[in-house]
Design a protein around this ligand. Structure first.
Ligand SMILES: *Cc1c(COP(=O)(O)O)cnc(C)c1O
Length: 455
């Protein structure tokens, strides 16, 4: 069982540290915490809690900053947002307006992307297990590129494309065997990970694939891991990729495109987050002179800081005087935000009330109501000593791998979602009702018929 990283009150960022590094959150003496200028207590009163909130202005600003880092180096790179991190129609629409395509990992994501108006020419399909139906749909929509993860998948893609009477554009996703130096569960580019084709095999396979009639290999793809904080693993991974491109070309084949994947990390606690300029620099240095079409697939870096999870305190529970922790039970839980229980991740937590920022604090364990010991958001976290039932809190940086990972465990319906945009706000997903949860369930007649009927 995993539990969230214990907070360390000595080194945890203070409330003002958290605010200073997140300029979209401000404290108003009357209204308390504002997100992009909207008082959070207003949203809580109108929509209820728990509630996911996405900042449109923040997302737009990050999308532009990332593009500009590459433009500043005259390095044309196409952007495919990894929509598994945040797949709401409003998010996709906004990123489409900023000139982004998407990286998808399922047929469902393809439907979502098309529904948001993203052109098939802006869609790249990654993922270690694409079904026949998913590959067929991708071929029929003529999406930009399918990143093939194994020899077997390459030949299956060729067969399916033949049956469709089409030629599929594909890239080989290679496993460069580089340790991303991140959490074990989000590392993807090591030799033992399930992703990609090993280096040697990829070079020979590239040659073999030239004889396939219904697949056209356009290049190579890589994705090293997630929440990467230093340049080194990127540099190593991309340098190996560049070596492969040269080797494949030396063997007489054409490599037109290199897809550099995602993985750029952000600051959750006190990490030194890499800048988009670091990524642009490393890509320019390692792949810039290869004369290939370059693309990246950022997820977390774009979406994580654009989201917060607003919740209300249900109860506080005082620990025993000798030892026991003090608990704050909030109405958000691991079924809403799974990351702390899944990855031991640290998320900033701020009180919303105007006076709370300067109130004396004590250490609390922040937990949800779900009946699992791992339903803990933080241990030993400094929050106002007087925090009480009914108070509002926000979990920070929940825009990536947040709402998309929610479940309805404990019959807790999906939470509402709100979009704020520089003072404006709107509900973008209604809170699910329990009736909706039950609606698709049926009980067979024979179960309720008299027992005699079944002998
Ligand atoms: C998850 C994933 C990404 C995005 O990763 P982030 O760490 O969120 O940037 C990009 N490409 C592929 C293939 C992925 O699986």
């Amino acid at each position: 069982m995993s539990a969230p990283l214990p907070s360390d009150p000595a080194t945890d960022p203070s409330f003002s540290d958290l605010l200073e590094t997140r300029p979209t959150l401000t404290m108003d003496v009357r209204d308390g915490l504002l997100f992009e200028g909207v008082p959070l207590h207003v949203i809580a009163a109108a929509v209820g809690t728990p509630c996911w909130i996405t900042g449109a202005k923040t997302l737009r600003r990050r999308a532009r900053a990332l593009k500009m880092a590459f433009e500043a180096r005259d390095l044309p790179v196409s952007m495919h947002f990894a929509m598994k991190s945040q797949d709401h129609q409003a998010t996709l629409t906004l990123l489409r307006q900023c000139g982004y395509g998407v990286d998808i990992v399922s047929g469902g994501e393809m439907q979502r992307a098309l529904h948001a108006g993203i052109s098939p020419s802006g869609i790249v399909f990654s993922g270690v297990g694409k079904s026949d139906a998913e590959l067929r749909a991708a071929i029929e929509h003529d999406i930009a590129q399918i990143n093939v993860e194994s020899v077997e998948e390459l030949y299956r893609l060729d067969e399916i494309a033949r049956a469709c009477g089409r030629v599929a554009r594909a890239a080989l996703r290679v496993n460069p065997d580089v340790d991303a130096d991140t959490h074990d569960k989000i590392s993807t580019g090591r030799a033992g990970d399930k992703f990609g084709i090993e280096y040697r095999r990829a070079v020979t396979l590239y040659g073999e694939a030239a004889s396939l009639k219904n697949v056209r290999l356009v290049g190579l793809a890589v994705h090293l891991g997630s929440q990467m904080l230093t340049a080194e693993p990127f540099r190593k991974g991309y340098a190996r990729l560049a070596d492969m491109v040269r080797e494949i070309r030396a063997a007489g084949h054409t490599v037109e495109a290199v897809d550099c994947g995602g993985g750029l990390g952000i600051r959750y606690r006190d990490e030194i987050a890499p800048s988009p300029d670091m990524l642009a620099g490393v890509i320019a240095e390692t792949l810039g002179d290869l004369n290939v079409r370059l693309s990246i697939e950022p997820g977390r870096w774009l979406s994580a800081p654009t989201g917060i999870l607003l919740s209300r305190v249900i109860e506080t529970k005082a620990g025993s005087p000798e030892s026991g922790p003090n608990f704050v039970v909030i109405d958000a839980a691991m079924n809403d935000l799974a990351r702390p229980s899944l990855y031991e991740s640290w998320h900033g937590i701020l009180p919303v009330a105007p006076t709370a920022l300067h109130a004396p604090t004590k250490l609390w364990d922040i937990v949800g109501p779900v009946c699992e010991s791992s339903d803990i958001f933080a241990r030993d976290r400094a929050l106002p000593a007087t925090i009480k039932r009914g108070d509002l809190t926000v979990l920070l940086d929940t825009g990536a791998y947040g709402s998309v990972m929610s479940s309805t465990y404990n019959s807790r319906p999906f939470a509402a979602q709100v979009l704020v945009d520089n003072g404006k706000w709107d509900i973008i997903r209604q809170r699910q009702s329990v009736a909706e949860l039950i609606a698709s369930e049926t009980v067979p007649d024979w179960l309720t018929a008299s027992r005699n009927n079944n002998g």
